[in-house]
Design a protein around this ligand. Sequence first.
Ligand code: SF4
Ligand code: ZN
Ligand code: ZN
Length: 308
Amino acid sequence: MKCKTCGEKAVVNMTQHKLALCKEHYLEWIPQQTARFIKKYWMFGPDEKILVAVSGGKDSLSLWDILQRLGYNADGMYIGLGIDGGIGYSDESHRLTEKFASERGLKLHVVDIQKEYGQSIPELAALTLRGQGRPCSVCGVTKRHEMNRIAHDLGYDVLATGHNLDDEAAVLFGNTLNWSREYLLRQKPVLPEHDGLARKVKPLCRFYEKEMTAYAMLRGIEYIYDECPFSVGSTSIYYKELLNQLENERPGAKLTFYLNFLDAREKGFFADDVVKVIPPLFNCPTCGQPTMYEGKCSFCRMVEKVKP
Ligand code: SF4
Ligand code: ZN
Ligand code: ZN
């Protein structure tokens, strides 16, 4: 297989795009495509202050790398969840994120949930869920709250996350199976700013997970290979496996599923429903962040509940 650009030996063959590239041209192609998506979806301009949520994984570190290469003003934020899982998951992901930032002279903000709120994520989950189920709901609410808080308090215009196509397709699949229209309407590459909260963007949403793995490896980014120990057996991993089976039979199926969904919404597929389905957002009287229901947001209710 030869590189489509220079004819040298290709190291990546993307059957879904009918495109094979050598290392040099693949490492150029990913940032070029990212720049194209940033413009296409009006994610941000050259002068905006961007905060990248970094977890120590391949996607978020690659995103930070790409935004730097494209000349954007992007700092990082790492949230210490206090998850060990027998592999020192949080410690190792924190170490790799710090290493990435210091080797490149980048600014990294670190929030440690235990120091901030007195409990780690597994402890918060044990107290609020009383041993029922995995801590992901508590973790998701906390991460979202902290990302909004830091971006707002430090004056960032944009909050960027490293969600890739596999992540987005799995969420879309779950929302479609349940016909969760409210979630379908909110699933976008860009969520506009709201009441002082930063705009949220997903610049990698059109890249397959394997494309991001190839980018991180070819770029020499050291990232945590292990998934969070609590992700094992999750519904989203199950959906990803199902979609991978489909993709193996029909290369490009995942991308078509996601892009046609974005297209359908652009063309007004859901238009009649918008007014009826998207409920107004309220503001939490404690932290000021938006919430779906009147009264305190779920994060503030949780923190109150576990206070000694
Ligand atoms: Fe948090 Fe781990 Fe669950 Fe992800 S898998 S939401 S990091 S607990
Ligand atoms: Zn080439
Ligand atoms: Zn709140």
